[in-house]
Structures are given as C-alpha cells and as structure tokens.
Write a protein that binds this ligand. Sequence first.
Ligand code: AMP
Length: 556
Amino acid sequence: MLGLMQDRQLTLTSIMQHAQRLHGEREIVSVTADQPLHRYRYRDAFARAARLAGALARLGAVAGDRIGTLAWNDYRHLEVYFATSCAGLVCHTINPRLFPGQIEFIIRDAADRWLFVDPVFVPLLAGMQDRLGSVAGFVILGPAGHAERSGLRNALDYETLLADAPPAFDWPELDERSACALCYTSGTTDNPKGVLYSHRALVLHTYGCLMADGMGIGARDVVLPVVPMFHVNAWSIPYGAAVVGAKLVMPGPRMGDGAALARLIAAEEVSVAAGVPTVWLGLLAHLRASGERLPSLRRVMIGGSACPRAIMEEFETAHGVHVHHAWGMTEMSPVGTFNSPSADFASLPEDERWRQRLSVGRPVWGVELRIVDAEGRELPWDGESFGSLMVRGPWVCAEYFRVGRGPTHTADGWFDTGDVATIDPHGYVSITDRAKDVIKSGGEWISSITLENTAVAHPAVAEAAVIGAQHPHWDERPLLCVVLRPGASATREELLAWFDGKVAKWWVPDDVLFLDELPHTATGKLSKKELRERLRHYRFPGAKCDTDRLESEGRK
Ligand code: AMP
C-alpha cells in the first residue's frame, strides 16, 4: 500500500523560495575582485538570480544546458548557482587551479554552453577559446567594461546582462531527479570525470549536513565557507545557509590569506567556518603573530585531507574553537562522515578522546558505509581491520557523466571510494591510506603518475617516482626521486625546469633526490610504500621559500 502524502519534488528551487520568503532580510557579505566588501540580502540575491535566469533564457539556454563557472566564492557566483539550477540548467563549476589542458578537456567534455568567469581567469580562457566549440559565449563576472577588452569572443559583462534582463522569471516545476550541478573529479590516474548531481541528491545532502551532529548550522549563525564554490558546491553550505537563514560571508579571492580571513571573521562576527587544513594553517599563523583574537568563532569544519592534531589543539586551546573533522569526496556531494563527540565522550580517557577526535567521524544519516577486503568480503567494525571503504546512499554518484562505462557501483549499489579505512564499533571511521598514491597539496590533488611520466621523458632520467612528502604549510608536496641513466647527468634545477609548461606550476615537485635505485615489488612494480617508508624522515629544504613561490603564483 502506498502512503497518501503529497508528492512535492525536492528541488533547490524550494530552498531558494523558502529563503526568499523567510530569510529575505538576512545578509550576504562578499569580498570580490572589484569590491573590498559587498553586502546585500538574500532577497537581493534571489531577485538578481531571477534576472539572470531570464537573461540566460534570452541567450538561448535550454533545460539541461551546462553553464560553466570559473570563479571564487562571492555573491555573483551564488546567483549563478541558484539561477542556473532553479531554471533547469546545470551549474558546472570548474576548478581554475587545474592545468589549462585539463580545464579545456573538462569544458569540452561537459559541452558547456556559456562560461561565467571572474576577470582574473579571462587570460586562461583566451588561450583556448578557439577550441571550445560548444561555448556560445562568455559572461565576465563584474561591472561593465571588462567584456570589451577581454579578447574573448561573444563576451558580455555580468552587470550589464542583469540590468538589461526582465525583473521576473517564472521558475519551472522541476523533476527532483533532474540534473542541477556538475563537478569533475581531480582525474589523478585518468582524465577527470564528471559527477552530475540531481536536485534530490543535493537537497537530501543539505538536510543530512544540517543536522545537529553534522554541520549544525542555524539561523543565528554567521557562516564562512572557505571551501571553494568550484569544488563540490562548497560542501553544500550555500544551500544549507539558505535553508536556515544563516548570514553568509564569502571570502572571494582572499581564501588563502590568513590576515584577510581573520579580519572578515572579526568584522562580520563569523561563528562557523569550513575549509581544508591548509587555509587554517595560514589563519593560525597570522593569529599567533598578531595576537588577534576571534571571539565570535565557535566551530570550524575541516575536511578534504586529514586534519593534523596540531590544528585542532591550537584552535581549541588558544581560541576556544571546536574543530569538526569531516570526510567525503566529489562523488558523494561530498559529505560522507562528520565528527561530533559521542554520547560518552566526556567519560572517555584522554587518548581515547583523541583517537575519536582525529577520526573522520561517523556516517551522516543517508550514507551507508562498509569496509571490505580484496575479495569483497565485509570486514568487522573493530577499529583494527582495514579495507576498501565502500559507500552507498541517495547522494552518491551512480554513473559518471558521458564516460559511458556504466554504473560506478557494485550490483548491490556499493561505490568504492578508493580510500582504505578502519571503522570502530561506534562507527567512527579512520582513513588509514589512499588506495592510490595521489599527492594532496593544500586540499587539492596532484597526480604522481603524471609527474613521473613527465620526469622519465627527460633524456637523462632512467626511472622516476614521485611521492607526497610532508610539508608544514601544504600538508604534502611532491618529492621527485630519480635514477639517472648510466653516464648521464642532470642537476636538480635542470630537472625541475623540465616541468615548466608541461604541468601546472603548483604541480612542479619541490625537490629532487638522486638515488642509485628505486624499490620495487615482487612483480617488478615501483613500491612507493617502501619509498615513503625509507624517506619518512625527509624534510624539504627551505619550505618557506617554496611557500612564498606558490603564494606569489596565486596558489594560496
Ligand atoms: P575530492 O573528490 O577531490 O574531494 O577528494 C576526495 C578524497 O580526499 C577522499 O577520497 C579522501 O582520499 C580524501 N579526503 C577527504 N577528506 C579527508 C579527510 N578528512 N581525511 C583524509 N582524507 C580525506
């Protein structure tokens, strides 16, 4: 027997309309390239989103069209989020930090119709625009005047587009299973793959994340997403804040600037912030040096890569800020687990508490987890057995966009995350390893295989291995280990220069070690596990200099 309840669709439009009616007066504050501090209200954001939806219709965008964005976190990007998804279009956020070749691949694979870009990314697109056949034109996220001198074909200024658009838009009734957003995985071993989110998935994910033991954001909160809007919908914070009516504070291009973040947190009285570990290192270093305090900040959510204990301790002891560790991935919209204290936390011994705190937490309702061995047999939740972490749930990817390889999961619906984990009897998950040897730098992935392939193309190199070595600021940075061909010679500087123009600047290894041989497994494969073990005491020389170099390249 079927229930007799209304079949209203779970759509992002319902979130927008709810926020418009209930939280219209709540503020959204942004740093943008053209304004040091822009402020307006939810009702302004949605009024402008309606104009944008009308403008897109005039530009010929039809249901299902992908509308790409290359932009930092600010109010204009937020308007594009809601206008596209709620009009039945697909908001395709693109990571501008990727290597240009990958960006081009992604835009072509997604067949984006229009691209909305911050002025700073115009030169990046100018170089590839002739190869972007699907793209009808470009909208530059700023005031009038940028388009004309952009060098991009069919370029429009965002503010002019909005000013000329009709003020009202008739939002369509959408099927909750229709696509609303698209984000590509980092593509470490393969080309990047598109994860196509549905309205239903993102609404349920938002519900799940908002729970008290999840992000637990409420109407009185002031939320600062330092996690980029170009990466998995900024962990759904833009939607969650709209549901509850939290004030939103968007850092724009100042995401990696500790001093700027501290100023924003203090001035706007931010209570909850979220981001990858690296951004917090910058903020904490600034607070240490300046002696500033952040009395409004209560909680920080940290995920994307493992959160070091030192960050948690410093936030808590020096600033009274509670850190929640979280884990997820692009294919999971992205949140899978969230760390909040268990019911018996207060009575646990100190080391047990830390074991729990450093884990990535428990699955958010809606996500089922299990760990399996190499034969696919389920392993016990004993905190000791480790195996491949499998997930299933309504916000987990079922199939990649366009790839055409069929489902991404087993017959009974389990998706292999590629992570290796233990789960304790209370459901706390610890990520023990990455199945692949990807290097996580500042919360972003670097493919060791790409770097190795580039290195071995150098005439003097016989064999190469790249591993992620610990870095005080970036978590990990690539370390290149090479064996030279007999009789050949090459210096550290020559080898590093070899990467110029072949990979993104921030992928270039930070150091080179010349070895007589590299360790191999019994089947003749490179054993990175052993290499990491041998080099576990390695530290980058002059890590500070590397940080400066990366920061000057806008990698922050
Ligand atoms: P992405 O799809 O780029 O968001 O990357 C997802 C991957 O990042 C996961 O499969 C994990 O390997 C890693 N990851 C995410 N959060 C954490 C965390 N809290 N601790 C350790 N690894 C993490």
